[in-house]
Design a protein around this ligand. Structure first.
Ligand code: F0G
Length: 352
């Protein structure tokens, strides 16, 4: 039987919630784990599982943290939430704010947000402003606005966000009866890798798991401050979700890497796109480009024999492929044939 309780109820004893915290929910969490047989054949890893976080209500992992952050804001009497975002945080904040009857403002890096994410923020009634510059510039603005009391900040610098996001680690431990050997995850602002590690540490401490996984985080090569060891002023990558030059949870990501004996590395845009289409075509799983960075990272590490005997590996697919329809269309390499509605014309089109 699937657990019908909402995420806040299911993990209440692990979350900063009380009986008075509103049980806000859109059905987040409980996402599928899908076995990746094609990837297993290619890499030689015995078991690879995809944690399909794009199946959350707004199509990304952000919902796990957002439900807790917005519920806590509501409990504390806030009327308005605010965030900077490469798109998914905005979509999630807008949806949960709408659900909670709060208003929502999102600040986006101009021209760098995938169409589906922008559509979601608008549909849910958020006020949307685009700023010139990368995500980091937008985050600096909302931090100042929040300090001046204009709204509750629901970026992952809000600790309630990370508390909610760590529940994905619990789900993995519950399903397998233990933590996996290794976890592959894309890294942008570094909140998620920080949250997963917190979750795995708590799972081991409370008996949900016996051990902790090695954490492997992947940034895009043009936006890899953690790999370079210094902020990147003008981050660039086709994976716009992780186009971040100065991650807010820098220290959390480094701690996750070092305490787990893992690594944070970079993959190129070409490797990301190749993994993106491999996943869609060979596994039947449509994730957005940023999510594919985790797959590209696993392939890279497997090629370099860097998996150190890991036999059960989980890749976190953070966002749904439908978020970024233009990227998928670009794979078609031209217009779709439009012909007369006759079998002959369709056969001819299929042959050409
Ligand atoms: N994957 C997707 C699809 C994302 O949207 C993000 C972050 C990440 C990975 C990286 O997660 O920031 O916790 O390291 N998106 C943020 C946003 C920045 O604004 O939606 P992270």
């Amino acid at each position: 039987m699937p657990d019908a309780r909402c995420l806040i109820d299911r993990y209440a004893s692990y979350l900063p919630v009380t009986d008075r915290t509103p049980r806000l929910t859109l059905g987040e969490g409980g996402t599928p784990l899908v076995r990746a047989r094609s990837l297993e054949r290619e890499t030689g890893v015995p078991e690879i599982w995809l944690k399909v976080e794009g199946q959350n209500p707004t199509g990304s992992f952000k919902d796990r943290g957002m439900v807790v952050a917005v519920a806590k804001a509501l409990e504390q009497g806030a009327r308005m939430v605010l965030c900077a975002s490469t798109g998914n945080t905005a979509a999630s904040a807008a949806a949960y704010a709408a659900r909670a009857g709060m208003s929502c403002t999102v600040i986006l890096p101009a021209g760098q947000v995938a169409a589906g994410k922008l559509a979601q923020a608008i549909a849910h009634g958020a006020r949307v402003v685009a700023v010139r510059g990368p995500f980091d510039a937008a985050l600096a603005v909302v931090r100042t606005l929040a300090e001046q009391g204009e709204a509750t900040l629901v970026n992952s610098v809000n600790p309630d966000r990370l508390e909610g996001q760590k529940t994905a680690a619990f789900e993995l431990c519950e399903t397998f009866g233990d933590a996996p050997d290794a976890l592959f995850i894309p890294v942008g602002n570094a909140g998620n890798i920080t949250a997963y590690w917190k979750g795995f540490v708590e799972a081991a401490r409370t008996g949900l798991a016996h051990r902790r996984p090695r954490m492997y985080g992947y940034q895009a090569e043009g936006a890899a401050p953690l790999v370079r060891g210094a902020p990147v002023a003008e981050p660039e990558t086709i994976a716009t979700a992780i186009r971040v030059g100065n991650p807010a949870s820098w220290r959390g990501a480094v701690a996750a890497r070092d305490e787990s004996g893992g690594a944070i590395d970079a993959v190129t845009d070409a490797e990301i796109l190749d993994a993106y289409s491999f996943l869609a075509r060979c596994e039947g799983v449509f994730a957005e480009p940023a999510s594919a960075a985790a797959i590209a990272g696993l392939r890279k590490r497997a090629r370099a024999n860097g998996l150190r005997g890991a036999s059960r590996v989980v890749c976190v697919l953070t966002g749904n492929g439908m978020k970024d329809p233009e990227r998928a269309r670009s794979l078609a390499g031209g217009d779709i044939a439009t012909v007369e509605a006759t079998p002959d014309a369709v056969r001819a089109a299929l042959r050409s």
